[in-house]
Ligand binder design. Structure first.
Ligand SMILES: *[C@@H]1O[C@H](CO)[C@@H](O)[C@H](O)[C@H]1NC(C)=O
Ligand SMILES: *[C@@H]1O[C@H](CO)[C@@H](O)[C@H](O)[C@H]1NC(C)=O
Ligand SMILES: *[C@@H]1O[C@H](CO)[C@@H](O)[C@H](O)[C@H]1NC(C)=O
Ligand SMILES: *[C@@H]1O[C@H](CO)[C@@H](O)[C@H](O)[C@H]1NC(C)=O
Ligand SMILES: *[C@@H]1O[C@H](CO)[C@@H](O)[C@H](O)[C@H]1NC(C)=O
Ligand SMILES: *[C@@H]1O[C@H](CO)[C@@H](O)[C@H](O)[C@H]1NC(C)=O
Ligand SMILES: *[C@@H]1O[C@H](CO)[C@@H](O)[C@H](O)[C@H]1NC(C)=O
Ligand SMILES: *[C@@H]1O[C@H](CO)[C@@H](O)[C@H](O)[C@H]1NC(C)=O
Ligand SMILES: *[C@@H]1O[C@H](CO)[C@@H](O)[C@H](O)[C@H]1NC(C)=O
Ligand SMILES: *[C@@H]1O[C@H](CO)[C@@H](O)[C@H](O)[C@H]1NC(C)=O
Ligand SMILES: *[C@@H]1O[C@H](CO)[C@@H](O)[C@H](O)[C@H]1NC(C)=O
Ligand SMILES: *[C@@H]1O[C@H](CO)[C@@H](O)[C@H](O)[C@H]1NC(C)=O
Length: 549
């Protein structure tokens, strides 16, 4: 089957979509922000969300029966903030993330940790995890069973739309964007393809912009944790090869309000609704652009590991062949230097006062959120402005020769934190050998409970959040499939999700009946510390079990 021939015959029948950016008049307010604090709409969202998460956390805590602890009196003076971080690692990571979130969702039948998802203020995702967080957000926060069925069907090509029609649409949409004067990259087509595949699998009724999340019911009613997905920015004249990516490469956040980074070398955000606007030194040149922030494009940027070496990743089956063929074809459309994601025009172009040389290029290059090796998206929650107290994270990495985690990604987060906030702010993570010999890879572990040896950033009263690290382990299924594996049998996808579910729930509390209590305890720890309150005895017992340091 030769794709190009099929494409030509199907061009006539395909439908045009609203992928093309649209010019509009610029708003009166500035498009860029150099943050002194949280973006005001995010701050307002979290404040309203706390009105939901505090009662939800209260209910969760009461269910856990923590001895000598008065939940209502505590919550009347404390406001714990909880974040969930969905890591990268291809579809394996998406599935592990689904299992983790499912274990915490009160819509999951019989879940032993039900309601914790409802108590979470934030959720972040990168690469495979951006598919989870992104599709949860743009689908108005469906339950995880619904999301899982869609992912389970995603790669059963062809679907109702037909493979050829879908690829033709990807092709035409890119051409339209180019014709409108916007540089495209392979990431445009990759993101578009993932997006259409999921649409085809029953999710998504319409093309959605990332900023449209603001108008979804579960967002306006603050029912969903505030979503953030991440990409890694690349310096002009370098590439995405690991040797070029250091802690200086700014991590780009994409929230429903903003695109940009806290990184000290750029520390700038653009209103994401106007992403794609041509700016010079922060001022729009001519009209503004909207509809650039296509959700598929942004998730594509976060997950563009697939643009860079399908063979190395072990992409298999018909999908591998299709994508490889498609990519070759698309080299014609894209300038061949654009294997990376490109946000063009670059919102930070010619900004005089920024130390980063990323202000010299017309297009801002962004690659997979995991290319900085911080595979769990914890960084957004280390920003003191967000005041996050605890981050729940599943690590689906394939670090060891046998393909299981050894803590590598959080060691990179620790190093990034040292670069950004100084040494000693992030809890110490042991080296790989110690990590394995201390058995931190078979059950959940808490990093940073004890603040005695921790510093705060800028002498604030906020310590780094406690990291609840849940490793992928063969608790009920050998789920360490390769990152490139995109076709799962029902047994494999269910096994992988269920394995994460069991890791997160300690196999429905059968491995530790106090695990729910311990999850509750770790969620209130930072606020107890800030208030100088005695740690309840039940919690002390939990901490001696689960705290590494
Ligand atoms: C939170 O709830 C309180 C009490 O119901 C209300 O007074 C307050 O306005 C709410 N805050 C937000 C930001 O919605
Ligand atoms: C889940 O929690 C939310 C918020 O606390 C609540 O509104 C909803 O009714 C709960 N749903 C179920 C199925 O318990
Ligand atoms: C939930 O528990 C009930 C009662 O034990 C059981 O009948 C039902 O099958 C369970 N549902 C699931 C999805 O496990
Ligand atoms: C744990 O409970 C869930 C929900 O009831 C169920 O689907 C799952 O099979 C249980 N796991 C084990 C190992 O029994
Ligand atoms: C979203 O809601 C705001 C406020 O209600 C409205 O001004 C805006 O046009 C809406 N945007 C879309 C894309 O519907
Ligand atoms: C931009 O800065 C990076 C990091 O310092 C450097 O590696 C790269 O060569 C620079 N690019 C240009 C075009 O100066
Ligand atoms: C990275 O940043 C540090 C501190 O800002 C600086 O000293 C170093 O030269 C930078 N390295 C590169 C490759 O840009
Ligand atoms: C996406 O944004 C464009 C431009 O603002 C708008 O025309 C389009 O309706 C938006 N899409 C949706 C689904 O709201
Ligand atoms: C541990 O890390 C060191 C240094 O990065 C590396 O050389 C070694 O191969 C790693 N060992 C294991 C078991 O992963
Ligand atoms: C490591 O943890 C596993 C699972 O909890 C347990 O079976 C094993 O005995 C532990 N090994 C050590 C050395 O503590
Ligand atoms: C916290 O760490 C300090 C210094 O290492 C130690 O003295 C103290 O006992 C620790 N506290 C707890 C509760 O483990
Ligand atoms: C907690 O104790 C510290 C040190 O003793 C003190 O500086 C701080 O003000 C106390 N905080 C509260 C809320 O009492």
């Amino acid at each position: 089957m030769k794709l190009s021939a099929l494409l030509v015959t199907s061009l006539a029948t395909s439908v045009f979509a609203s992928y093309t950016p649209v010019k509009v008049d610029c708003p009166d307010s500035p498009l860029l922000r150099q943050p002194k604090g949280l973006q005001e709409n995010e701050a307002a969202y979290i404040s309203s969300r706390q009105n939901k998460t505090k009662p939800a956390l209260g209910a969760f805590l009461k269910q856990q029966n923590i001895g000598d602890f008065d939940v209502d009196s505590f919550l009347s003076k404390a406001s714990p903030k909880i974040a969930l971080a969905a890591a990268g690692g291809g579809l394996r990571a998406t599935l592990m993330g689904i299992g983790t979130f499912q274990a915490l969702d009160n819509r999951t039948e019989n879940s032993t940790l039900a309601g914790y998802l409802q108590a979470a203020d934030y959720m972040s995702g990168l690469s495979g995890g951006s598919w989870l967080v992104g599709f949860l957000a743009i689908n108005d926060f469906p339950d995880l069973e619904t999301l899982f069925s869609a992912f389970d069907n995603i790669f059963n090509l062809p679907g109702s739309m037909g493979t050829v029609g879908m690829l033709a649409k990807v092709f035409i949409d890119s051409l339209q964007k180019l014709k409108a004067g916007y540089q495209t990259s392979v990431t445009d087509q990759w993101g578009r393809l993932i997006y259409l595949l999921l649409g085809n699998a029953g999710l998504l009724k319409t093309d959605i912009n990332w900023s449209d999340i603001r108008n979804l019911t579960s967002f306006t009613s603050h029912e969903m944790p505030f979503p953030i997905i991440l990409g890694t920015s690349v310096f002009p004249g370098t590439s995405f090869d690991a040797q070029y990516i250091t802690y200086n490469n700014s991590v780009m956040e994409m929230t429903p309000y903003e695109f940009g980074t806290w990184d000290k070398n750029i520390r700038n955000f653009i209103d994401i609704h106007y992403l794609g606007t041509e700016l010079e030194n922060g001022k729009p040149v001519g009209q503004c652009t909207t509809n650039y922030d296509n959700a598929g494009l942004l998730m594509g940027i976060s997950s563009n590991v697939f643009n860079t070496g399908l063979d190395a990743l072990g992409v298999d089956g018909i999908f591998g062949i299709l994508v490889e063929d498609l990519m070759k074809l698309l080299e014609i459309i894209n300038d061949s230097s654009y294997r990376l994601g490109v946000v063009s025009p670059n919102p930070f172009y010619k900004q005089d006062d920024l130390p980063s040389n990323q202000t010299i290029s017309r297009g801002l290059m962004v690659c997979d959120g995991g290319f900085d090796l911080e595979t769990i998206p914890i960084l957004p929650f280390l920003q003191p402005e967000r005041e996050v107290d605890v981050v729940i994270s599943m690590d689906p990495s394939l670090d060891t020769p046998e393909g299981w985690p050894n803590g590598e990604c959080i060691r990179h987060t620790a190093a990034k934190s040292a670069w950004e906030f100084g040494e000693g702010v992030f809890p110490q993570i042991p080296d790989n050998a110690t990590f394995l010999s201390d058995n931190l890879t078979t059950k959940p572990v808490f990093f940073g409970c004890n603040i005695t040896n921790l510093k705060t950033f800028d002498n604030s009263d906020r310590y780094s959040p406690v990291i609840v690290y849940v490793p992928m382990y063969n608790i009920s299924y050998v789920s360490n499939f390769s990152t490139g594996k995109l076709i799962y049998t029902k047994e494999e996808s269910f096994g992988t999700v269920n394995n994460a579910y069991n890791m997160m729930t300690r196999t429905n509390l059968t491995q530790d009946e106090d695990w729910g209590k311990c999850l509750g305890c770790v969620s209130i720890l930072r606020e107890l510390q800030r208030l100088n309150e005695t740690i309840p005895g039940d919690c002390q017992k939990c901490f001696s079990n689960y705290c590494y340091n």
